[in-house]
Design a protein around this ligand. Structure first.
Ligand SMILES: [Zn+2]
Length: 372
């Protein structure tokens, strides 16, 4: 007699074997039997006819770092079948931070990720803090974390657009090593998001070696997912080859219609590097859209120095800034393809509208609408 029997579901067991109809017998928290034809009897039996029975899914690309801190139990993820989520992607994580720069890092996180800890005074500076705080929360999902390279860089050298000097490089390596030993699974790059985008190949190779030694992984939001994608892949392959780190390309895609149809070229390039021994993998989502913060329309140089500096530059409205915002927006499909999904409660009248609609309503041109 089992505690629970899941009866007559389509079993997809994660081993790539052909799915089959069967039943699963569970005692306590262990699967004790999986059977195609035996009649399993349980104290509780759940009819799974027409449903799939499978191990929990791993969502390796989330920005859910702050959700456990805000008493979000992970129910929405579990309802989709996800039982393990990995946060801290695209160069952006809540840790590491110091007392001096915690607020700046939090606002950097907020600019892209939108969900920030409700408690602004929470003592969250490193992996150890993260684990002990989240362990006390009522979580029904497992969470793992990557160190965002942008956060790591900001914690050591702020938000300036410059190369790291030897001392700063060493400090980043020490801090990264500490967080990896403290439980982080690896590091993420976010090369369209400053300050991660201010790093160069040499920096990534040096940090890559630290991650390799800790048997971690680098995930990467590449520098260019549009017309510059082939150079961007080369950059990542060089890091993988020279550091020996496992490089994982996040949300691999070809952005912008001129690039469509070139997937095979991208895949061939990756295959070739793998044949030469580089450890390189990628993931992809099955829809034609991307989601990020509106600041992704602002060029990297205009974000140098952090949030306050960005706002000053937007206020100035220099002709080259206006031009570049327009160019970036057009690469993403233009004002009629950029949708404001949410303003996180600050301007609900814009939620669910395209930039083109809002600019018509406000009687402003598209770039001015983005700035405002
Ligand atoms: Zn990303």
């Amino acid at each position: 007699m089992y505690d629970i029997v899941l009866r007559n579901g389509l079993i997809v067991d994660g081993t790539r074997s052909v799915p089959y109809i069967g039943s699963v017998g569970i005692i306590g928290d262990r699967i004790e039997d999986i059977s195609r034809d035996k009649e399993l009897v349980g104290k509780e039996e759940i009819d799974c006819t027409g449903l799939v029975i499978s191990p929990g899914f791993i969502d390796l690309h989330t920005h859910s770092d702050a959700c456990p801190l805000n008493d979000k139990s992970g129910e929405s993820m579990v309802n989709q079948g996800v039982t393990l989520q990995i946060g801290g992607n695209c160069g952006i994580s809540l840790i590491p931070a110091t007392v001096e720069n915690k607020d700046e890092i939090s606002s950097f996180f907020a600019r892209t990720v939108e969900i920030v800890p409700d408690d602004k005074n929470i003592d969250l500076y490193n992996m150890g803090d993260y684990i002990s705080i989240t362990n006390e929360k009522n979580q029904i999902i497992n969470t793992g974390l990557l160190v965002g390279h942008g956060t790591l860089r900001a914690a050591v050298m702020g938000f300036d657009d410059r190369k790291a000097n030897d001392e700063e490089m060493e400090a980043m390596k020490v801090l990264l090593d500490k967080e990896l030993k403290g439980g982080a699974f690896g590091m993420s790059l976010g090369l369209i998001y400053p300050p991660s985008s201010y790093g160069d190949v040499e920096e990534f190779i040096e940090l890559g070696k630290v991650i390799r030694d800790n048997e971690g992984i680098i995930t990467t939001h590449m520098r260019d997912e549009g017309d510059g994608i082939f150079n961007s892949i080369d950059e990542m392959l060089e890091v993988a080859e020279k550091s020996g780190v496992h490089m994982h390309i996040s949300h691999l895609k070809l952005m912008g219609t001129p690039q469509w149809g070139r997937s095979q070229e991208v895949l061939d390039k990756i295959d070739k590097a793998r044949e030469k021994g580089a450890i390189i993998t990628a993931d992809q989502y099955p829809y034609e859209a991307s989601a990020t913060g509106l600041a992704a329309l602002v060029p990297s140089w205009a974000l140098s120095g952090g949030n306050t500096k960005m706002l000053e530059r937007l206020e100035e409205r220099s002709p080259e800034l206006l031009k570049e915002i327009e160019t970036i927006m057009n690469k993403r499909g233009g004002p009629s393809r950029v949708l404001i999904a949410s303003t996180n409660g600050s301007s609900p009248e814009f939620d669910g509208k395209y930039i083109s609609d809002i600019s018509q309503e406000m009687n402003l041109d598209a770039v001015e609408t983005v700035i405002q």
